[in-house]
Design a protein around this ligand. Structure first.
Ligand code: AKG
Length: 265
């Protein structure tokens, strides 16, 4: 794993219900990000970027078995020698659909997969999607990492479990709308501070039905400082993270050694 690790976050406006348009736009944005100077080590994408929240038609729009997404991302990573956390897509699994993320290494190998385990009832996800049943752990060039998706950040026990399992970076692709910017910011910072790890989030921008997504993708260090933050426009945000800071912060305030799980588990 390169140190520092250079990350590019593609904060994109997704066209709900138009996977063709979204694929074409994503391909262009990925190409632009991978050929930037300096080149990123890792590119991070947002939630449900193939279909957006066209949930009433999701069965016909979702990517069967993720085949198209996986083939595209794998070839892209190989071509550019870059890793991709592919946000998430609507994936058709026979007759059901999941909100699923894939992670690829610089050789184009799939190194992680996760389907959102907490479905967001306020946007009717529970009526159209199936929840995942396992956690999002993977290793990025030997560095243990975790992923969750959007609403999952409201569940601190999930982030803690990933941290206890070794995660040093937590990835959060999202489609998080107004008026809950203060929840987004506070929850992301809290997950970083309490688990003393990097949090790398990628939100969308633009409108879909009654929702307006506000962007503000951000990278937060293990001390809780926001080291990069996007505005409310389409853009690619870049940041460099230094994983040695995880050990430094964990050494300064030994939260993990001071836990009393026998009293609260
Ligand atoms: O928890 C929230 O406020 C937003 C969650 C969300 O939009 C989602 O999970 O898709």
């Amino acid at each position: 794993m390169a140190t520092p690790l250079r990350i590019a976050i593609v904060q994109m406006n997704i066209e709900a219900g138009n996977p063709e348009a979204n694929f074409a736009k994503m391909a262009a944005k990925l190409e632009e990000a991978a050929t930037a100077n300096p080149k990123p080590d890792l590119i991070v994408l947002p939630e449900m970027w193939n279909t957006g929240y066209a949930l009433d038609r999701i069965q016909s729009l979702a990517d069967p078995d993720g085949t198209r997404t996986k083939a595209f991302m794998s070839a892209f990573c190989r071509k550019h020698g870059v890793s991709v956390h592919a946000g998430s897509i609507a994936r058709l699994n026979g007759t059901t659909v999941t909100n699923t993320t894939y992670i690829f290494d610089t050789q184009g190998e799939e190194i992680g997969q996760y389907s959102k385990i907490h479905l967001f009832q306020l946007m009717n996800e529970h009526l159209h999607l199936d929840a995942g049943e396992s956690l999002g752990r993977f290793e990025l060039g030997g560095v243990p990492a975790g992923t969750m998706i959007c609403y999952d950040i409201r569940f601190p026990e999930l982030a803690r479990k990933l941290a206890l399992d070794g995660a040093r970076i937590l990835f959060v692709p999202a489609e998080w709308p107004h008026p809950r910017l203060h929840h987004w910011r506070t929850l992301l910072q809290a997950r970083a501070i309490e688990n003393q790890m990097y949090v790398v989030s990628c939100n969308t921008v633009g409108e879909s039905g009654a929702s307006t997504f506000f962007g503000h993708s951000m990278v937060i260090d293990p001390w809780g400082e926001v080291i990069a933050e996007a505005e409310e426009v389409e853009m690619t945000l870049t940041a460099e993270i230094n994983l040695a800071l995880v050990d430094e912060v964990r050494g300064r305030i030994p939260v993990f050694a001071d836990r009393r799980p026998s009293l609260y588990q």
